[in-house]
Design a binder for this molecule. Structure first.
Ligand code: UDP
Length: 371
């Protein structure tokens, strides 16, 4: 069986890496990896950390790229890649423009498409934020759907997807975390990270922050930054914030938070370092999908800085809270975790909500069966 795995962004690479390695070990499978290059700079460290070999590099990234540019260029590059490799399956992950475009390329070329992390929905208005429409369209274009949870499967069933084509397999992010944890141990990365973050040795509690969503560009991000500044100035905490490279985020964040000494603004950090920081953290503030999935696996409470989330399982389990983007709501949610020990302990529960670390084997077995 010939499988073409396509990705373009950091989270896609992290979640596909364990699967690509597993598929490559199966004697009956030939795997090629295609990088669209949608977010080249942020994906490169993941490629090198997970030792991924890129067979086709579409190199589509350009300055000030629009969704039109990404879609058109990726589609064109994928047409050539598919013609050259002639895959039986195209493997896509998540909800990015790369995900949708690859599924569309599969459809146009008559190649079967398998979608990993299928069935996530916010049921929120589509425009102008692409994630939800990318998920919905990818579902329509895919032949099999790898859902992480029962909730995701139910969402697909509600949309009329045939039960026979849905597999609840967990989310490969947990596989990636466990593989990375193992590497941190075996390569003694711990000492290197400890050295890089000596300021974390104080008794100040660590708040880890990420944020990147288009839906929050502008006023919501300003409100988020105000909340972070307030928390830094009024509590004995260290805030560590690896800032996303999107210029809409970096410029604002550095302008508003650059001069606060207990807010450490970093460039995006490599995946093992991020997981290490997560382990050291007291709580996490994020709008990231992947981080919402990772945190409960390590018992770290999450305050979600969005108006909506598709990772509702953690909300219902009580290990994350949806604060929205208003300054006051974020401050209140964090202060409650900092000040109310009982509330903190209730949220800091380690719980397997999104996977057990064996998703990659299930996906490989199913692709084999469905060949
Ligand atoms: N991450 C990372 N370095 C960072 C920040 C995040 O490696 O500096 C990882 C994080 O552990 C998670 C993924 O990147 O696995 C999340 O990516 P992002 O927030 O960009 O996208 P989303 O998950 O929202 O699609």
């Amino acid at each position: 069986i010939k499988i073409l795995a396509v990705f373009g962004t950091r989270p896609e690479a992290i979640k596909l890496a364990p699967i690509i390695h597993t598929l490559k070990q199966r004697p009956d499978m030939t795997v090629a990896v295609c990088l669209t290059g949608q977010h080249r700079q942020m994906v490169k460290p993941v490629i090198s950390f997970f030792n991924l070999n890129i067979d086709y590099d579409l190199d589509i990234m350009s300055q000030d790229q629009s969704l039109f540019d990404i879609t058109a260029k990726a589609l064109h590059g994928l047409q050539q890649t598919i013609a050259s490799f002639q895959p039986d399956w195209i493997l896509v992950q998540g909800d990015t423009t790369t995900t949708f475009t690859s599924a569309l390329a599969g459809f146009y070329s008559g190649t079967k498409v398998a979608h990993i992390e299928a069935g996530l929905r916010t049921y929120h208005k589509y425009a102008p934020f692409p994630e939800e429409i990318n998920r919905v369209l990818t579902t329509r274009l895919s032949d099999i759907h790898f859902a992480a949870t029962d909730r995701a499967r139910d969402n697909l069933l509600k949309e009329g997807i045939d039960e026979a084509n849905i597999y609840v397999v967990g989310n490969p992010i947990i596989d990636a975390m466990l593989m990375t944890e193992e590497k941190i141990r075996s390569k003694s990365l711990d000492a290197r990270f400890q050295n890089a973050f000596q300021y974390l040795e104080s008794d100040k509690r660590l708040i880890l922050v990420t944020g990147h969503r288009r839906e929050s560009f502008g006023q919501p991000f300003e409100d988020i930054c105000k909340a972070l500044k307030h928390l830094a100035q009024s509590h004995e905490v260290e805030i560590v914030y690896p800032v996303h490279l999107n210029p809409n985020v970096t410029e604002l964040v550095h302008r508003m938070l650059g001069d606060t000494c207990n807010i450490r603004l970093l460039e995006p950090v490599e995946y093992p370092m991020f997981l290490w920081l997560m382990q050291k953290s007291y709580l996490i503030l994020t709008d990231s999908g992947g981080v919402q999935e990772e945190a409960p696996a390590w018992g770290k409470p999450v305050v979600v800085m969005r108006e909506t989330t598709e990772r509702t399982e953690s909300l219902e389990a009580g290990v994350s809270v949806l604060a929205g983007t208003s300054t006051q709501a974020i401050v209140e949610a964090v202060e409650r975790l900092l000040d109310d020990e009982q509330h903190y302990q209730a949220m800091a529960r380690q719980i397997d909500l999104y996977g057990d670390g064996a998703t990659r084997y299930r996906i490989a077995d199913i692709l084999m069966r469905r060949a």
